[in-house]
Design a protein around this ligand. Structure first.
Ligand code: PMT
Length: 317
């Protein structure tokens, strides 16, 4: 059902086949290593309002949840497939926006005779705390092939890449491995079908704008039923009204029959979440002291979920 909608109303963007091939070889490598693997979706999707788009519908997600979680999963030994919004927070790098290193790094020597030239840089360790560790951890993961980043921008990119990622992590490719889906991206629920989009920039001379948007099919349904039926699937639920969030999380579990919903509320989502399963609710929070030490809630979320994943794998075996 969703596959049909993807084909007819969401034409495949260029580059998906290439990303699919990269994801398949990543999944096969993780399978050969018998490594647990997590697909993290991260950041918001962009929905164009015109065929030659000038204007878009977007959302608040910064991708920080996904980026910090990716770091935690890598440290725990997972292979991480990071499907993220272009230019949103990136694992390890998000701690160091350009303002931090533009001021701290200094060129010391230029070795013009080296092939292509070589620029040596230095910084006081205290000017970039944690930078060397982050760089080493990232480069180790990249060299070991345990981290693969794939970018999306539009809703259309996201939907096709999610399908390709889910199919790559299907046991046919990922033999010996066990996959977790950690769907933290904020995916648009509304879109303008290609057939109904104005081709050119909408003119303000036409007066106030009224747009009717269609509902985006929920990808959780084909993901759980068809694309990755053996995987451990975690969706996220964000609300601004705290009185709704648990009911909505429970409704999602009932509708899609997956394993976990991480429920969060906009105002407190950096320091408080509730892990909701069919028969439990576990609150995770950061104390002021933990915040003061620079701890992030994702450490607790990942630790909780990886124990549940282990139990899920044991039960399946
Ligand atoms: O990125 P940050 O700034 O750090 O913020 C993190 C976050 C708040 C965005 C994250 O923690 C979060 O809650 N993400 C989910 C936001 C949300 O409520 O999305 P939703 O209600 O539209 O979707 C719920 C679930 O259904 C999501 O897991 C989504 O992947 C899935 N979905 C959504 C739309 C769609 N068409 N198909 C889907 O399967």
């Amino acid at each position: 059902m969703a596959e049909t909608i993807l084909n007819s109303e969401f034409p495949e963007p260029p580059g998906v086949a290439r990303s699919a091939a990269l994801m398949q070889s990543f999944a096969a490598r993780m399978g050969r290593q018998g490594r647990r693997v997590v697909l993290i979706t991260s950041g918001g999707t962009k929905v164009p309002l015109e065929a030659r788009p000038v204007r878009f519908l977007d959302n608040f997600s910064s991708g920080r949840r996904g980026a910090v979680s990716a770091e935690c999963f890598l440290r725990t030994g997972y292979g991480v497939l990071f499907l993220h919004r272009a230019r949103s927070s990136f694992p390890f790098a998000h701690h160091f926006p350009p303002q931090t290193w533009l001021a701290a790094l200094r060129p010391t020597r230029r070795e013009a005779e080296a092939p292509g030239g070589r620029l040596l840089l230095e910084a006081e360790a205290s000017a970039l705390p944690g930078f060397a560790d982050a760089l080493l951890t990232y480069q180790e993961a990249a060299e070991a092939g345990t981290f693969l980043a794939v970018e999306f921008t539009t809703l259309n990119d996201y939907l096709h890449l999610l399908q390709a990622a889910a199919q790559a992590l299907n046991p046919a490719w990922c033999v010996g491995s066990s996959a977790m889906f950690y769907l933290a991206a904020a995916v648009s629920d509304f879109y303008v079908p290609a057939s109904e989009m104005p081709e050119h920039k909408i003119q303000s001379s036409g007066g106030p704008l009224q747009i009717t948007m269609k509902m985006v099919p929920k990808m959780l349904s084909p993901l759980v039923k068809d694309w990755a039926p053996k995987a451990f699937v975690i969706s996220f639920k964000l609300e601004t009204d705290p009185s709704l969030v648990i009911d909505h999380a429970r409704r999602a579990l009932k509708t899609y029959c997956h394993q976990v919903v991480v429920a969060n509320i906009l105002e407190s989502h950096r320091s408080y979440v509730i892990i909701v399963t069919k028969d439990s609710e576990t609150q995770l929070s950061l104390s002021d002291e933990e915040v003061g030490k620079g701890m992030e809630i994702e450490g607790k979320i990942v630790s909780n979920l990886q124990s549940r994943h282990m139990a899920f794998i044991d039960e399946k075996n």
